[in-house]
Design a protein around this ligand. Structure first.
Ligand code: IVH
Length: 667
């Protein structure tokens, strides 16, 4: 195999495993196997850098560092806690402490929040910077995203210290998480597997507006600084509350000061039993020595402080019988198996269903009908089947076979190479997919039709009033007023919304019509390059892959879409209805920056980073994320990292200011 293909294949494999791990929470290889693949890719990329992709999985290595944010060195390294899984280990830790110190010891017990660690620096009472853990030494500056979290004060009150860092855990409150997933379900977007991973994903989004909408929260658990007046951890936490931070209080029993092992154990037992009543997820308890002087006497091992330990709760598990497997067809046609179980109590709730993710999972578990299975509630909200009690299996039991035909429309299912799911290919007529396409079309980032939501789409499809997106524009007042709970006012609002959508710009229409693999960005690129729907429909494979960000997979999908007469018919009807099918050339755009690649880095005074990036694109330039020999300019703002500056100078890439840039586009 040619090296280029080998690199591409490894990259695809690793991306797929990353997806399975973080999105599906369903890894199919061990961490070691993953690391081995990654190492192989790293070696190849080091030898043949010209074939390395900009978004190679190797770029993620080193904790949570991505190339999207500035990296910043931590003032105090961000360490982790040593874990314990049994009460004996806590007892051993406690007696070790007594051997290392004299005199009585006081402890603080806290919840171990299951989220993402964050360090927030405050200067003169103002939020200065928020940095992720990263690799413990350097983290990413996610200040603009953290500023959207309401429980983190931008301005402190009371007698705050002038210069300190507060650390805590950003998490997704369970209610908000469920709400977000129900919206995603309605929009036909894939749901997030668990609150922890989605909190971490959200924190790394480039658009703080979306972060703000998601409603993250944060609990703070520790102060760091050179001249903090408090002498104990407990007093610091209490003080931080006075300054305006969300910290645990004795009232909610989220924190406890105790000088006895019994106190620690009682706290552990209480929360092991009641953790499901909390509005957020925890994965254990943290016990810390209270006194700061004692803490520094005890010091650190290479990785963690000696003065603290985490007690991790066991994952709750129950055994029950598998009754049957249902298959759900999602809005995108993906078929997901769901297990129906004999009801069983697990972590305070009755469990009757568990997710099975996909056909591979059924095979991996070697699942048979009526098997006794183990269900666990891990980080996920929906329990999952983690194993089979083979001793209880009947000799004549039948293995579960994945469906061959769609349960909704009876079309034969297909599974494409590299996909984990079986799909129903009947995307134009399979009911959930019909609804899914229409919901995608009306979504906020697509046509954004005022007065029309998923529920109405459901009703319209079920009553046979619409079957595709073009039918929407044939709807009449009489069609609508027929529907349950549709008053005159809402019907008129919907019709007005449909009319208004006729001025939605072409790139959004192109995204809205739902060509597989054509997301928002690809739609923008296609619209920009080919200008109108006819040109896109007639483009050859070569012309399509010549467009930025478009590879074989997308090109094939676009090409195929316009070779289907039903699609052509729908597009024609939408054109006749008056939707925008060509790009509107903006007056202030120019080709002043054509052919130039830009890296934007740091903080600017006249524009936000995103505004600068938009300006670059509007004037024909291209944004790239990392500096290479192909970069033409680096626009440097305040606080641009020294490593980037050095890289730009060593490669001889001109470093320009915001004002230089404005001159380039002659604004
Ligand atoms: S104290 C030296 N307190 O658990 C580390 N950590 O592996 C001091 N965590 O990175 C951390 N709840 O992200 C501390 N009440 C709590 C915590 C907590 C969650 C996380 C934190 C840390 C990880 C430790």
């Amino acid at each position: 195999m040619h090296i280029k293909e080998e690199i591409q294949q490894l990259t695809d494999q690793l991306n797929q495993h990353t997806y399975l791990y973080y999105v599906e929470s369903n890894p199919v290889i061990s961490d070691k196997e993953f690391d081995d693949l990654l190492k192989k890719l790293e070696e190849l990329e080091a030898k043949y850098p010209e074939f390395a992709s900009d978004v190679s999985p190797t770029k993620r290595v080193g904790g949570d560092l991505t190339s999207k944010f500035e990296t910043v060195e931590h003032q105090f390294p961000m360490m982790s806690l040593s874990n314990s899984y049994s009460e004996e280990e806590i007892l051993e830790w406690e007696s070790r402490l007594h051997k290392l110190t004299d005199g009585p010891l006081e402890y603080v017990c806290e919840l171990k929040y299951d989220g993402v660690a964050i360090g927030v620096q405050y200067k003169n009472g103002k939020l200065f910077r928020a940095v992720t853990r990263g690799d413990g030494t350097r983290g990413e500056d996610v200040t603009s995203n953290v500023k959207t979290i309401r429980s983190i004060p931008l301005q402190l009150r009371g007698d705050f210290s002038d210069d300190f860092e507060i650390r805590g855990e950003i998490f997704f409150p369970l209610k908000g998480f469920e709400k977000m997933n129900s919206i995603r379900r309605e929009n036909g977007e894939p749901e997030f597997a668990n609150p922890r991973n989605s909190a971490s994903g959200t924190l790394k989004l480039l658009d703080p507006k979306i972060v703000a909408e998601r409603g993250l929260d944060c609990m703070l658990y520790g102060l760091y600084g050179y001249d903090l007046p408090m002498e104990t951890h407990y007093d610091s936490v209490m003080k931080a509350r006075e300054w305006g931070f969300k910290t645990p209080t004795a009232n909610d029993n989220y924190i406890l000061k105790t000088n006895s092992v019994k106190g620690i154990m009682d706290f552990i037992h209480h929360w092991d039993k009641h953790r499901d009543e909390l509005p957020f997820q925890i994965d254990g308890i943290v016990i810390k020595v209270n006194d700061y002087t004692l803490q520094s006497e005890l010091g650190f091992t290479a990785k963690s402080p000696r003065w603290a330990i985490a007690f991790k709760f066991e994952t709750e598990r129950a055994e029950t019988q598998l009754r049957s497997v249902d298959y759900q067809v999602g809005r995108t046609g993906a078929v997901t198996p769901v297990a129906n179980l004999e009801a069983v109590q697990l972590g305070g709730t009755t469990v009757r269903r568990a997710s099975l993710y996909n056909s591979d999972q059924i095979q991996r578990l070697d699942l048979h009908l009526n098997d006794f299975v183990y269900v666990e509630k891990g980080g996920e909200i929906i329990p999952k089947i983690v194993g089979v009690n083979f001793e209880k299996r009947h000799a004549d039991s039948v293995a579960i076979e994945f469906l061959s035909h769609c349960p909704e429309c009876q079309t034969e299912l297909v599974r494409q190479e590299g996909e984990v799911h079986f799909f129903c290919p009947n995307d134009m007529h399979c009911p959930p997919q019909v609804k899914g396409r229409i919901e995608h079309f009306i979504g906020r980032k697509a046509m954004d039709i005022d007065g029309l939501g998923a529920e109405t789409v459901d009703m319209l499809v079920s009553k046979g009033k619409i079957q595709n997106i073009a039918d929407l524009y044939d709807l009449t007042f009489d069609d609508l007023i027929d529907l349950d709970r549709m008053a005159e006012k809402s019907a008129n609002k919907l019709l007005k919304g449909l009319t208004a959508s006729k001025s939605v710009p072409f790139e959004r229409v192109l995204f809205a019509i739902g060509i597989r693999f054509v997301g928002e960005t690809v739609a923008k690129q296609l619209a920009k390059a080919l200008k109108n729907i006819e040109a896109i429909a007639l483009a050859t494979h070569e012309e399509l892959i010549a467009v930025d960000e478009i590879g074989d997979k997308i090109a094939l999908s676009v090409f195929g879409f316009f070779r289907d007469s039903e699609n052509i018919d729908i597009i024609e009807r939408l054109q006749n209805a008056g939707l925008q099918f060509e790009i509107e050339e903006k007056e202030n755009t120019s080709a002043a920056l054509a052919g130039s690649n830009f890296v934007v880095s740091g903080v600017f005074s006249k524009f936000s980073r995103d505004e600068l990036k938009n300006l670059i694109e509007e004037h024909g330039g291209k944004n790239v994320s990392s500096i290479s020999a192909k970069t033409n300019y680096v626009i440097a703002g305040d606080k641009m990292g020294p490593a980037k500056l050095e890289k730009a100078s060593s490669l001889g890439v001109p470093i320009i200011s915001e004002d230089d840039f404005i001159k380039m586009i002659e604004m």
